[in-house]
Design a binder for this molecule. Sequence first.
Ligand SMILES: [Zn+2]
Length: 59
Amino acid sequence: MIWCCSSCRYVFERENEPMYCPDCGKEYIRYASKSEREEYFRYQREFYPEKLQKIAAVG
Ligand SMILES: [Zn+2]
């Protein structure tokens, strides 16, 4: 799952819903929107190409 922090806009990947934002520590976690997920995958492709296959498999 791809999650987004409503407070700081940090987008990250977790299997289960996290309690707190790993970046700012606030509790404003929601599902990442389509555009936010695309942004996340763009970032992953650019900086972590070896992870991409794993992420695609997870969804
Ligand atoms: Zn945050």
